[in-house]
Write a protein that binds this ligand. Structure first.
Ligand SMILES: [Mn+2]
Length: 427
């Protein structure tokens, strides 16, 4: 189903007067500080974050999974769900496919449908962390790092197939995340596992089309609890460099040990020109399951300071970054959770755009510690929601995406259309 643009404009009409007051108040306040508000609104309008095809169903853990009904049963319905999010927020115009959970069957019909929905195909993701039905060899003891050459070849071949699926859809990148590692001390030879992984990635890289990028994601633990082969950004960068100029590191917010300085990792990778992708989520204790900005919004803001200042720096030779939300929703309606995440991302992005980095660097040069901190905190403490709303109104998206979603009873409509027991494929 698609959301009727008339319903969105009716919803917006209710807020126009109130919005105009708060927007003009903020506009005056920011203009007095010398902020170019129009260029910020344009940047907010242009910001896009991809939605993964596995995020539209109810999330869950190994203990249980509770459906909310109306889940998308196929790729067409998943794209339709993303188009609802995109129509309401104006910021989610791409899908990131996970193969083999979402193998595109009728490619020309699918690409036509996606284009009608205003959705493009972002990075494709390979999966060698599970065994699939009819798979010849098992990934129980790893995939690209496996001791058996035949298992490594099977995993390499899978990644090449994923690239081919992506090419047919118009994707331009592949994300490789491995669960390879060990759960018990003594289980693997670290040096050999790393060397085999490097050779396998280099083989995949040789099959990368000339205009494609390969993103190498890292994670310190889980599902392996003793070691992972690509445990941190340094290992990811080492492997990306060993592959070549089209290979990059991918930072997933949740794939760090507690209190890691992720913004510094972002800055380091940017300065190396090797930050390819970024996965948004949040976490309290570990992993990556919570809504973006729900636990550590200030950390997200500090990361955006590095992204905004790094990408604007002419001495930084880093390509545009591929952004994706990579979270689980468990007890929430995933569409609502994704809209909350988009709002949190855009808030921190807009706040980072308020910062005068020339002034900040002058303060840093003079070691004005307090004033530098004051400067970044002043932007963080600015309520930029009127800017986000203005950007949405200009794009004919919804003033309040979640409220509009509720007013139109979208979940009930999806349940009516697809049934209460329908389950999305994925985790
Ligand atoms: Mn991720």
């Amino acid at each position: 189903m698609r959301i009727d643009s008339l319903h969105i404009s009716r919803h917006n009409d209710l807020f126009l007067e109130k919005h105009s007051q708060s927007f003009h108040f903020l506009k005056r306040e920011l203009s007095d500080k010398g902020v170019d508000i129009e260029s910020i609104i344009t940047k907010i309008q242009q910001f896009q974050v991809a939605i993964p095809s596995w995020a539209l169903g109810a999330g869950g853990t190994r203990f249980g999974r509770f459906s909310m009904g109306g889940e998308p049963g196929d790729l067409f319905q998943k794209i339709s769900d993303i188009s609802i999010i995109n129509d309401l927020t104006g910021a989610a115009g791409a899908v990131s496919l996970h193969i083999p959970w979402d193998i595109p069957e009728n490619v020309s019909t699918l690409t036509r449908y996606a284009s009608e929905c205003g959705i493009t195909f972002d990075a494709v993701n390979s999966n060698t962390f599970q065994d699939q039905p009819k798979q010849a060899l098992s990934y129980k003891y790893g995939s690209l790092c496996h001791t058996d050459r035949k298992v490594r070849e099977q995993a390499i071949q899978h990644n090449i197939e994923v690239i081919h699926h992506g090419e047919a859809l118009g994707s331009k990148s592949i994300t490789v995340w491995l669960s390879d590692g060990s759960t018990f001390p003594g289980q693997i030879n670290f040096r050999q596992a790393l060397s085999r992984t490097k050779e396998s990635l280099q083989e995949i890289y040789r099959h990368l089309p000339a205009d494609w990028q390969m993103f190498i994601e890292y994670k310190p633990y889980e599902p392996q609890f003793y070691s992972t082969v690509i445990q941190d950004w340094g290992t990811s960068h080492l492997l990306a460099s060993a592959c070549g100029p089209q290979a990059f590191s991918l930072v997933d917010l949740g794939h760090h040990l507690p209190n890691t300085n992720i913004e510094q990792i972002v800055a380091t990778l940017l300065s190396l020109g090797k930050l390819g992708g970024f996965h948004f989520n949040d976490s309290k204790y570990g992993d990556d399951d919570l809504t973006v900005g729900s636990i550590k919004p200030y950390q997200l803001y500090l990361i955006f300071l590095e992204l905004v200042s790094g990408l604007a720096d002419p001495t930084v030779a880093n390509p545009p970054i591929s952004y994706m939300i990579d979270a689980s929703h468990n007890v929430k309606d995933p569409l609502e959770d994704l809209m909350q995440s988009i709002e949190a991302i855009l808030l921190c992005y807009a706040q980072a755009l308020l910062v005068d980095f020339n002034k900040l660097n002058e303060l840093r040069d003079k070691n004005e510690v307090v004033l530098a901190q004051e400067l970044i905190q002043d932007a963080y403490r600015t309520d930029v929601r009127p800017l986000l709303r203005e950007a949405r109104l200009r794009k004919k998206a919804a003033f309040s995406p979640i409220q509009c979603y509720r007013e139109n009873e979208i979940r009930n409509q999806l349940i009516k259309e697809r049934g209460i027991t329908n389950k999305a494929k994925g985790l």
